[in-house]
Each structure stands twice: as structure tokens, then as C-alpha cells.
Design a protein around this ligand. Structure first.
Ligand code: SF4
Length: 358
């Protein structure tokens, strides 16, 4: 059984590595992308386009060989993404392997591949929380943004996860662009009707996993600068009402600073490489997608890689990072690791921690 004080110990370990430059002892979160293949064709993403992969994808033996290192690093959560991870039929093997050692597993999916049977096999394998991408409440709008006529399948997948004998929490990810910037309210309303547990919003951007996106495809999707204050007002209203309904969502701190998605100013210290590490489908390890290290889990155990000079140099880049970056995946954990925020928002941080880690 886990020590009830272990979350505090993890917090202190991560916080002191970031702020007091102490050696890394724990790595609570691992973002593990298991494929760059995808069955969507989103306008706001280029991962689905055929590319020359540098290496073969990690297989499930390579992935589960991480387990001893994750144990030593006291990892609490593995967040599996892609590409589209459900395209791999060994996904359940990976999930159950991590769950066997008490690690929570999240899945980030477009849900196009998920019917009742797959939802059941994923939850039977031990999946803890599923995050589903859902960018438009109408069929044509969804198709225009995601390149496939898939809205009915997404709705069906949410219902499948929620109607299982032991339903798991469902989170919804909405990426806001010029094509759907008027839709957050309607989309949130629908998600609440479906009984989801979390809805989070991001502005479209071209960093992190989308850093290679062609600029001429991106510019027409970018909200106009004069529209951003209105989007923020809408999101503040929507997130406030979601919180009132007990649905987890973005922090108000995040929404108030959303224009930072496009400004090279970091309102709070980034925790990438301190609280989390990224492993891509080919085994390459980095603190964040923008700061590759050349290190690979095929060569050495993860905990050993995190102690190398190469990874430490990646952390130095994180400390000085000026990349415009205000994405929920990196900014929200950083907000909750920010001591002034934590101390003034204990109940909200507790709600998030309970959903993700308990
Ligand atoms: S702010 Fe952090 S997550 Fe964002 S690009 Fe820089 S290092 Fe990466």
C-alpha cells in the first residue's frame, strides 16, 4: 500500500529539483507516445501525415522494460498518446503491465477506433482515465476540423466508456481555432449532458508536438488577436460554470493568461523534465518535445538517462525556455506545482489530484 505521505514527498522532491537544483529522485509523470500513426487528418496537426520514422516504434517488450526504472523513479502516472494509440493492438498489454505495478494510466485518443468491446478491453486492462479529442459539436464542423466524418463514433465512444459496469472518468480535449472559437459553450453543454468528468481547452499552436506544422496551413486557423479577449471571456464563463457543476476543467489562472500561447513570456516556471518526461514512439527521451536530448531508452534505463549530462542540459534549456507555450499538458501541471497557487487553491488541486492519481 502506498504511503499516504508519498504525494507530499513527491511534491517536495520535484519542487526542490526545480527550484533548489537538487538531484532528481522522482519522476511522477511520464508522457509516452506509442505511435505516430493516426486515423484522423486534422487541419491543426501534421502527425498523421506519412513521415520517415527515424527508428522502428518501440514494441510492448521495449515499453514494459521501462517498469523497473519507473519503480525506482516512483512514477505515479503514465499518459499514453500518439498519433492515435488505439491503432496499436498491444495497447492493452502496455496498460495492464503498468497497472500491475500500481501506476495509473491515462489514454489520449480521438476515439474513432473505440466501440463497446474496445472500451471494455481497455478498462479491463486497467485504464484509469480516457481523454478524448472533440473539437466541434456539429457533424460538419467536426469533419472540417478533423478531416474525417467521425462525430457519431466519438459520441458513441463516450457513451461506451460511461456505460460500462465500472465506468472510468472521461475527459474531453477541445483545441480552439478560428473554425470553432464560438463553440466552447455548446460543446461543454453537450459534454455535461453525456456525463463527462473533465473538459479542457487549448488554443491552437505550433509548438510541442505540432512544431513541424506548415505555417501557411496554420495561419488561417489562428484566432485573430482582436478575438482572443472574447474567447477568454467565454472560457472564463464556461469553466466557472463547469466548476460549479463539479466538472474538472482548466484553472482560472490558465484561462486568464491564454494569450501567452502566442507570447514568449512564461508566467510561472515550467516543470518539464522535473515533474514529467516525454518518451516518443522510437524511445527517445526528452524533458519536452521542444528540447530533444538524443537519449534513448533502448540504450539505458530511464532513471540512468535522467541523471546524464545530456538530460541535465535539456533541463537547463527548460529553465531558460522562451518558446511561446501555454498548453494544458505543460502549463496546468506547472500551475499546480506553483507554491503560491497551490496554497491558495487547495481544494481545486485536490480535485485534480484525486481524479488523476487516486
Ligand atoms: S515552456 Fe516548458 S513545455 Fe513549453 S516549450 Fe518551453 S520547456 Fe517545453
Amino acid at each position: 500500500m502506498r504511503n499516504p505521505l508519498s504525494p507530499i514527498r513527491s511534491f517536495v522532491s520535484v519542487w526542490s529539483a526545480r527550484h533548489l537544483h537538487l538531484p532528481i529522485k522522482e519522476m511522477p509523470f511520464v508522457y509516452l507516445d506509442i505511435t505516430d500513426r493516426c486515423n484522423s487528418a486534422c487541419l491543426a496537426c501534421d502527425i498523421w501525415k506519412a513521415r520517415n520514422a527515424p527508428l522502428a516504434e518501440l514494441d510492448s517488450d521495449d515499453i514494459l522494460a521501462l517498469k523497473p526504472a519507473l519503480k525506482r523513479l516512483k512514477t505515479r502516472l503514465v499518459s499514453i498518446g500518439g498519433g492515435e494509440p488505439t491503432l496499436r493492438d498491444d495497447l492493452e498489454t502496455c496498460i495492464s503491465g503498468f497497472r500491475d505495478m500500481g501506476i495509473r494510466v491515462h489514454l489520449n485518443t480521438n476515439a474513432l477506433n473505440v466501440d463497446h468491446k474496445r472500451a471494455k478491453s481497455l478498462t479491463d486492462a486497467g485504464l484509469s482515465v480516457v481523454y478524448i479529442s472533440y473539437d466541434h459539436p456539429d457533424r460538419d464542423g467536426y469533419k472540417a476540423i478533423r478531416g474525417v466524418d467521425g462525430l457519431d463514433r466519438v459520441i458513441h465512444a463516450v457513451r461506451c466508456f460511461r456505460s460500462l459496469p465500472h465506468p472510468i472518468p472521461v475527459g474531453i480535449n477541445m483545441t480552439i481555432s478560428r473554425l470553432n472559437q464560438d463553440m466552447p459553450e455548446r460543446l461543454a453543454q453537450r459534454c455535461v449532458e453525456w456525463g463527462v468528468q473533465k473538459i479542457q481547452f487549448n488554443l491552437i499552436h505550433t509548438h510541442l508536438q505540432h512544431q513541424h506544422m506548415e505555417k501557411d496551413r496554420f495561419i488561417p486557423l489562428l484566432p485573430r488577436p482582436e478575438d482572443v479577449p472574447g474567447i477568454k471571456r467565454t472560457l472564463r464563463r464556461v469553466t466557472r460554470s463547469l466548476r460549479g457543476l463539479g466538472v474538472a476543467t482548466n484553472s482560472d489562472f490558465f484561462v486568464r493568461r491564454m494569450e501567452k500561447t502566442y507570447a514568449p513570456i512564461r508566467p510561472i516556471p515550467c516543470m518539464a523534465g522535473f515533474s514529467s518526461v516525454v518518451i516518443n514512439p522510437w524511445g527517445e527521451v526528452m524533458p519536452c518535445y521542444m528540447h530533444p536530448t538524443g537519449l534513448n531508452i533502448r540504450n539505458h534505463a530511464l532513471d540512468r538517462l535522467l541523471r546524464t549530462r545530456g538530460f541535465e542540459e535539456g533541463r537547463v534549456q527548460v529553465r531558460h525556455c522562451k518558446i511561446p507555450c501555454w498548453d494544458t499538458g505543460s502549463a496546468e501541471p506547472a500551475i499546480r506545482f506553483h507554491l503560491p497557487y497551490l496554497l491558495t487553491h487547495l481544494s481545486e488541486v485536490w480535485q485534480q489530484a484525486r481524479m488523476h492519481l487516486s
